[in-house]
Design a binder for this molecule. Structure first.
Ligand code: 5AD
Length: 431
């Protein structure tokens, strides 16, 4: 979980610290030299990344304290399971979930096929209740900078595939640093995802340079740059990258082979496992709604993600993009996405589940519903405005500038009692 209000370091054992937020204690891997018990620190994705002076920390905590407990109350109220009407079968499955029993595939399929209004309600409320019990009201809010839309691959689903007839861009080192500095110094972000197509123009050397510059800012750096040699990732880890976002896209080998011809599912999964073993904070997941995908595939996707032991689940609906081979594919139903979020929460109760931009594209109200159905994490697009429309993996609305996006997100989070602690203090928006 990512709290980016300061925490007090209360215990150190080897390289693991115990940190305290208003009485809540969490474990954190220490990735910052020169800290001792009693210091105030920032933790992101379970990693202690920076120190903050006592004076500054106490000021922030004092200002946030009241709001923190107010939000907690709102969240707790919304996380009650009010509706109890459902079929005997569904109630039995939910009972099994509450007793921490493993559900069979058939039971998971039953959950995915719930359609009746009251039953959907109990499903989503139960997932939200578990989310609240496991994570409290914290919500990770990470920023993403899409730094290049060049790609050497031709994935059938993707709007920036190599053969797509689009205007291409690459951000230079100084542009990436400027955008990151703005995100960190002005907008208070403590974790940034750097995303691009698979673009080998950014060699290991160039990527190393970007990371070593960003590392000086003491943030959590996530990479979402696709398949690169294991030793490149090893080097980037050494320099200071700590997170990777790499989806396996689909667990169905046949679909994978047809739609992502340049790689194999086996090699992608191996890389994901290697990255996890290297110590990266791992975000992974899949696309929902690819052609020929069955409900069983969806359940397999959830279970495979769990097997990979992700620190964060990232999945979203496939959104057809004009000019790609899958342009005529039908959009999936938004309730299916919500059910997948809820089922993920049931099968991996402690998980972090991201609301992805594609979910928002599918339906503008989906973000709030997703957060109330088990999700607990958000990403905000910090790509410079002039490049946003060019990063057209799928059609999306890029109208809001960054400041407005943040304001909209914070308002939404406050309305449902979530504390966007990664962004620090936005107390003025609470009324
Ligand atoms: N719709 C939704 N998501 C997509 N992605 C690629 N193309 C699409 C699309 N048309 C997702 C993939 C990839 C991530 C960066 O974007 O899952 O891993």
């Amino acid at each position: 979980m990512c709290y980016a209000i300061p925490a007090r370091l209360v215990e150190i054992k080897d390289n693991i610290g115990i940190v305290d937020y208003f009485g809540e204690r969490k474990k954190a891997l220490i990735d910052y030299s020169d800290v001792k018990v009693g210091d105030y620190v920032y933790v992101q994705g379970g990693i202690l990344i920076n120190k903050v002076s006592k004076k500054e920390a106490e000021e922030i905590l004092e200002a946030f304290k009241e709001l923190f407990f107010q939000l907690k109350k709102i969240d707790k109220n919304l996380a009650k399971v009010e509706n109890k009407t459902a079929s005997k079968n569904l109630l039995e499955i939910l009972q099994k979930i509450n007793l921490n029993k493993t559900l069979t595939k058939d039971e998971l399929l039953t959950l995915l096929n719930v359609t009746e209004k009251n039953e959907l309600k109990i499903l989503f409320e139960t997932a939200n209740n578990i989310r609240q019990r496991k994570h409290g009201n914290a919500c990770c809010v990470h920023g993403i900078i899409e730094f290049s839309n060049y790609c050497k691959n031709n994935c059938f689903w993707c709007g920036i595939r190599k053969d797509a007839d689009i205007v291409r861009y690459r951000m230079k080192l100084d542009e990436i640093i400027t955008a990151s500095l703005y995100a960190i110094k002005k907008l208070n972000f403590k974790a940034l995802v750097l995303q691009s197509g698979e673009d080998n123009w950014y060699t290991e050397e160039i990527l190393s340079k970007i990371i070593s510059e960003l590392k000086k800012l003491n943030i959590l750096i996530f990479l979402s740059i696709g398949e690169r040699p294991v030793n490149t990732y090893e080097k980037l880890y050494k320099i200071g990258a700590r997170g990777v976002l790499l989806r396996f896209e689909t667990s169905n080998e046949k679909i994978y082979k047809e739609l992502k011809p340049e790689s194999t599912l086996k090699q992608r999964l191996q890389l994901i496992k290697d990255l996890k073993n290297m110590g990266f904070v791992l975000a992974t997941g899949f696309l929902v709604g690819l052609p020929q995908e069955t409900d069983e595939d969806i359940i397999n996707n959830i279970l495979l993600t769990k097997e990979l032991k992700p620190d964060m689940y990232s999945f979203g609906p496939f959104i057809p993009k004009e000019g790609t081979p899958l342009q005529s594919q039908k959009l999936i139903d938004k309730y299916k996405i919500l059910k997948i979020i809820a089922i993920t929460r049931f099968v991996d109760k402690n998980s972090n589940i991201l609301v992805t931009t594609a979910q928002e594209t599918l339906d503008k109200n989906l973000k709030k519903l997703a957060l109330l159905s088990g999700a607990n994490s958000l990403m905000i697009n910090l790509t410079p405005q002039k490049y946003k429309d060019l990063y057209c993996i799928y059609p999306r609305n890029n109208d809001s500038n960054v400041e407005r996006l943040i304001e909209e997100n914070i308002k939404l989070l406050y309305s449902i009692g979530r504390a966007p602690l990664d962004l620090g203090l936005y107390k003025d928006l609470s009324n």
